[in-house]
Design a protein around this ligand. Structure first.
Ligand SMILES: *Cc1c(COP(=O)(O)O)cnc(C)c1O
Length: 438
């Protein structure tokens, strides 16, 4: 069982909620660091290992600074994400720019700052050359293996995914990049999302190493690195099993020894761009029960909404829910079962959308108004995907430091934030009636 209990007691959460009103996200620094160290240790069997944390999963510079301290780089797909990395001390080739449908100005910025450009299409070779009025010395391509690999629910089948170059285009792309002056090369792919199968990642690495050999034979190009992308899953459901870093890393090392070692004089570095598995299990969305309602079903209305955590509403994703101070017990499979006092609830937010539900027909301990209801595994793709629909203000973020202190790392939005892009002065002089023909 891989259930990560909420790290605060009822007393602690009551005290904090006086200073920081619910809802909020809270991240556990100690657990994030422990996990980061475990990952680095396991993958250090691979030469030049580096994890480029995908910023989109948890775009908070405090978290990025912690991850940088653990030796991580950042994977970005927009200019503001690059700026977040830079503010956190992640710079130059520690920034991987794995973007798609990228505006020219973002390539220009990324290149000027020394980030690694990872191109998503064959046409981007010329696009980049034109935008930069030259070509970078180091270039990476994103490979889409097409029907070769089995995809899964979120990204879908690779041949249906919008990302990357086909096999033929890849060879053409490297040849052209070389002609344009590139001398250092990387190869990227990402064929999974929230994948829990350990072997899947070993097979992905094999695919990339085999291609590396072919690129050397056909184009006389020696790759400097391969980048397996992100996509390592987490056990959202307490009954699922977390991936085994050591198994994956050792499996990839074995493939490396078979394929790379006999074919290359130099090392090929191994990179990844995970985010979900890095911070996902170590962040919680803390809400308060503010209403209960009994119609055809029993509902608990909490003060957070789908605008704070989109995954359940958008993907029908399971997120474990617990009630602070009312412990559930586990069965032999590690599944949490509430005690005899169990109730079946839909836990819902206040959006005028019926999909705004954190849990549907879920067995939970009896919930009273004022109880803290915690949504688990919200540390990646949680706050980051927040939105303002229905005039909802996005919540803030707290960090539980390793010494037990709790600090605010992002304040919650206020009404001024919500209205910031509107010009009310202009509105006052805007008559609202149709302009007269002059
Ligand atoms: C989303 C994304 C990641 C991170 O994915 P996780 O599932 O959070 O590990 C990494 N690389 C790219 C290019 C992505 O789009």
């Amino acid at each position: 069982m891989s259930y990560k209990p909420f790290p605060l007691t009822k007393k602690q959460i009551e005290d904090i909620s006086i200073k920081y009103e619910t809802p909020f996200y809270i991240y556990d620094e100690k657990a994030i660091r422990k996990n980061a160290k475990k990952l680095v240790k396991a993958f250090s069997v691979l030469p030049g290992f580096k994890e480029y944390f995908a910023v989109k999963g948890c775009p908070n510079p405090y978290i990025l600074k912690i991850l940088r301290d653990e030796g991580f780089g950042g994977d970005c797909s927009s200019l503001p994400e690059i700026i977040l990395c830079e503010k956190s001390g992640i710079r130059g080739e520690n920034v991987m720019f794995t973007s798609n449908e990228t505006p020219a100005k973002e390539y220009i910025y990324a290149n000027a700052r020394g980030a690694i450009l990872n191109l998503d299409d064959i046409s981007h070779v010329d696009f980049v050359k034109k935008a930069l009025e030259g070509f970078p010395e180091l270039i990476c391509f994103r490979y889409n293996p097409g029907p070769l690999k089995e995809g899964n629910a979120i990204i879908g089948k690779p041949e249906e995914a919008k990302y990357g170059l086909t096999r033929e285009q890849l060879f053409e792309g490297y040849a052209k990049a070389k002609e344009y002056g590139a001398t250092r090369f990387g190869l990227h792919t990402m064929v999974a999302s929230n994948e829990l199968g350990n072997d899947y990642f070993i097979e992905t690495a094999r695919l990339l190493y085999e291609l590396a050999v072919e690129l050397k034979e056909k184009l006389n190009i020696t790759l400097e690195f391969i980048n397996m992308g992100g996509g390592i899953g987490i056990p959202y459901n307490p009954g699922e099993k977390e991936v085994d870093y050591t198994y994956i890393a050792n499996g990839i090392k074995k493939v490396y020894d078979q394929i790379v070692v006999p074919n290359f004089d130099s090392d090929i570095k191994f990179f990844m761009e995970c985010s979900r598995v890095i911070t996902g299990p170590y962040g919680w969305l803390v809400t308060k029960a503010i209403h209960e309602k009994h119609i055809y079903r029993d509902y608990i209305g909490v003060d957070a909404t789908m605008a704070d955590l989109m995954r359940p509403g958008m993907y029908g994703a399971y997120h474990h829910v617990s009630v602070v101070g009312k412990d559930n017990v586990t069965d032999e499979n590690g599944n949490l079962i509430p005690d005899s006092d169990a109730h079946v609830y839909d836990v819902v937010g206040s959006l005028c959308e019926n999909c705004d539900k954190f849990a549907i027909q879920r067995k939970l301990p009896k919930i009273e108004i004022g109880d803290f209801v915690v949504v688990h595994d919200a540390g990646a793709h949680g706050r980051a995907m927040g939105f303002n629909y229905n005039g909802k203000l996005r919540c803030g973020e707290l960090l539980l430091r390793t010494n037990g202190d709790i600090i605010q790392i992002r304040r919650k939005e206020n009404y001024d934030d919500y209205f910031a892009t509107l010009d009310f002065k202009g509105l006052a002089t805007f008559a609202g009636s149709e302009p007269q023909i002059k």
